[in-house]
Design a protein around this ligand. Structure first.
Ligand code: PMP
Length: 291
């Protein structure tokens, strides 16, 4: 992936994709002082650009550092990275980390580095294919107690157990895993939030110990606009036995139906399909929609 064509914005300048490197003694690499975003553009417009950029700044703050660029500057940079890479639809990855200017846990002398890359990332499956639903398992690893880590940050360190959980699921033939929280309630997938539907009502875990996804917030908003009741609450794994539909949400995942989580099965149906259509309408720029 590091040998592609393209231009990456790196600390204020553009460098060729393959030259966007870091030093091996980078603090972010050794001690996890890295934050990032996952952002999507549709039809030349970046969806929820301000929300994502504000979250990047907040994630950095949660790890004790300020970015050397303002929100407005970072928003302009992301728009420009799309243009420089001739993309109208794609995925953007802003990332910020403490550098290699000193070595040790204390990082007062480390510079804050920022980069933004962008590439094509289409939705691979047709609606028909997606509606078959993913097969997931319940992970052994749990989301950490919010008192043990800044769990609202989109920080690299929080993904260690996500990769472990995803690999464990893949090894057993599942696409992904659902993680429980430290108290044993349903939390989220390894890189997406989770929703359930029962008797026309949406149930989703309250984001007390994990990322309150921007897609999650968008979907709750879309559901409410449709007059669908949304209950944000603690959900026990056993409750999944009675849920009829299930889907994941995330910038990359968009709305992805789920067919099973371990022994619990679901039938992707009308509510999920309605929200997929509404989400597609929401992310499509008005000018493109009118064409
Ligand atoms: N949880 C985790 C752990 C994630 O990595 C993501 C993807 N950023 C999400 C939830 C969904 O967040 P969003 O909708 O803002 O992309």
């Amino acid at each position: 992936f590091d040998q592609r064509e393209g231009r990456i914005w790196y600390n204020g300048e553009y460098v060729d994709w393959k030259d966007a490197k870091v030093h091996v003694l980078t603090h972010g690499l050794h001690y996890g002082s890295t934050v990032f975003e996952g952002v999507r553009a549709y039809g030349g417009e970046i969806f929820k650009l301000k929300e994502h950029t504000e979250r990047l700044i907040a994630s950095a703050k949660a790890l004790g550092f300020d970015l050397p660029y303002s929100c407005e500057e970072l928003m302009e940079v992301q728009k420009d990275v799309l243009i420089q890479n001739n993309l109208t639809d794609g995925y953007l990855r802003p990332v910020a980390w403490r550098g290699a200017e000193s070595m040790g846990i204390g990082a007062h002398d480390c510079k804050i580095h920022v980069a933004v890359a962008a590439w094509d990332w289409p939705s691979y499956f047709s609606l028909e294919e997606r509606m078959k639903g993913l097969h997931l398992m319940i992970a052994d690893w749990r989301r950490p107690d919010p008192r043990t880590i800044p769990c609202k940050a989109k920080a690299a360190g929080l993904y260690m157990i996500c990769t472990l959980s995803k690999h464990a699921a893949n090894d057993k033939g599942f696409t992904d895993a659902i993680m429980l929280d430290h108290e044993g309630y349903v939390a989220e997938a390894t890189g997406a939030n989770v929703f359930f539907i029962k008797d026309g009502v949406i149930h989703t875990p309250r984001p007390d110990s994990f990322l309150d996804g921007i897609t999650r917030q968008t979907v709750i908003d879309l559901a409410k606009r449709r007059g669908i009741e949304v209950q944000e609450r603690k959900i026990l794994p056993e409750e999944m036995a009675d849920m009829e539909e299930c889907f994941l949400t995330g910038t990359a995942a968009e709305i992805t139906p789920v067919a099973s989580i371990s022994q619990y099965t679901f039938t992707p149906g009308a509510v999920t399909e309605r929200l997929i259509h509404d989400y597609n309408d929401e992310v499509t720029p008005k000018a493109v929609a009118a064409e």
